[in-house]
Design a protein around this ligand. Structure first.
Ligand code: SAH
Length: 366
């Protein structure tokens, strides 16, 4: 059985050709699957019955099975999806007034080993397939439409997608990009590239490759420290790509795409939150079309890292702002019952996308 979520337009054309069908059938299938969120071939009424029967015998449209589905008081909804062999991934939907953002995972586990990250601690299991990446979106849009009673084909519950879930998306480049292209394809999901943000720890050659794609996908870079000495301790991948090399790649990305890049910086008390580091960062980021998002650390169990206080966070932000660098803070409020979700959520909300400023969120309790 072929999972059609794995196939893009060209792949579907080859697949239907194998069934003795004309190429335009592939576009019809693409629309049914991604535009209308339909999985049952019997419901695809503009396909001949004989084709529907052959499809049912040869293919499925299957997102990863749901392990759990929870909604917090503020409407944030989180699914835990089963990707086999004991591996689960998280997908989170965050409704806001003027948008609905889906935070998508790209790997089961992660190989980057960032010291303060919960996913890093579980190690790397494997890359997600394109079907598993696009399947998160397919499933979420499907479930959200059912929940909200949305039936019109042109209406979208999910308006923005951020690759800020589990995993390092640029470490799974081909599958992630094949999913992104499907997201953007007007005959598939049809989301604007500008409504998509990819967050990376900074795999320099892959940032360049991404710039060469010629799409206006938003780039968020997890910086967390402005110099090699500290950054190598927090994010070991910095040994391979230094801060200067990373910032040079970001400049190239901005030059090619004309998009403002976001730097994410999780503030950790006594580790990366001193005024001197803020100065150093302000100096390093001069001249880059960027925005800094300061993320209060989400403490993870048995970790020595603690979040920076609100006052110190404000001071850090002020130094950056005084140096002309647009900076936003997510304040830590409320008690987080679900730390994993809270972690994803804060990072996500930090992505912004230029449609409006990043605004403070109400207390997180999901
Ligand atoms: N691998 C990608 C995307 C996944 S993580 C990346 O590194 O960007 C999404 C964001 O959450 C990253 O900025 C990451 O550094 C941050 N993050 C990880 N652990 C965190 C924690 N405990 N508290 C706050 N942010 C965290």
């Amino acid at each position: 059985m072929r999972n059609l979520l794995d196939l893009d337009a060209a792949g579907l054309e080859a697949f239907v050709a194998g069934l003795g069908e004309k190429p335009f059938r592939a576009r019809q299938l693409l629309r049914w699957i991604h535009r209308r969120g339909v999985a049952e071939f019997t419901a695809m009424t503009d396909l001949a019955r004989s084709l529907r029967e052959r499809l049912a015998g040869a293919a499925v449209v299957a997102a990863p099975p749901v392990i759990s589905d929870s909604t917090s008081a503020d409407g944030t909804r989180k699914w835990l999806l089963d990707v086999g062999q004991g591996n689960a991934i998280e997908t989170v939907f965050i409704p806001e007034e003027d948008r609905g953002t889906l935070c998508v995972s790209s790997q089961a586990g992660c190989a980057m080993n960032c010291l303060f990250c919960a996913t890093g601690r579980q190690g790397f299991n494997r890359n997600l397939t394109t079907a598993e990446i696009i399947g998160q979106l397919w499933w979420a849009e499907h479930a959200l439409r059912a929940q909200q009673g949305v039936t019109a084909e042109h209406e979208r519950v999910i308006s923005n997608v951020v690759l800020m879930g589990m995993g390092e998306p640029l470490h799974n480049y081909n599958n992630v990009w094949s999913a992104l292209r499907r997201l953007i394809d007007p005959e598939a999901f049809g989301l604007g590239a500008r409504h998509i943000t990819l967050s990376t720890v900074g795999l320099v050659p892959m940032i360049d490759r991404m710039a060469d794609e010629g799409l206006q996908i938003g780039l968020a870079v997890s910086l967390h420290a402005p110099n090699d000495e500290l950054r190598t301790q927090l994010t070991p991948i910095n040994k391979a790509y230094s801060v200067d090399e990373l910032l040079a790649a970001v400049r190239r990305y901005v030059a090619k795409t004309n998009r403002r890049v976001t730097f994410e910086y999780a503030l950790m008390a006594g580790v990366n939150d001193s005024p001197e580091l803020a100065q150093e960062m302000a100096h390093k980021l001069q001249g880059i079309l960027c925005h800094v998002n300061l993320i209060p650390l989400n403490p993870i169990p048995d970790s020595p890292f603690q979040p920076t206080s609100d006052e110190e966070t404000e001071r850090f932000a002020q130094i950056l702002r005084n140096a002309g660098i647009p900076t936003t803070i997510r304040l830590r409020r409320g008690i987080e019952i679900n730390a994993g979700c809270g972690q994803l959520r804060r990072a996500m909300a930090a992505s912004g996308n230029g449609r409006r400023g990043v605004k403070m969120q109400p207390a997180e309790n999901g």
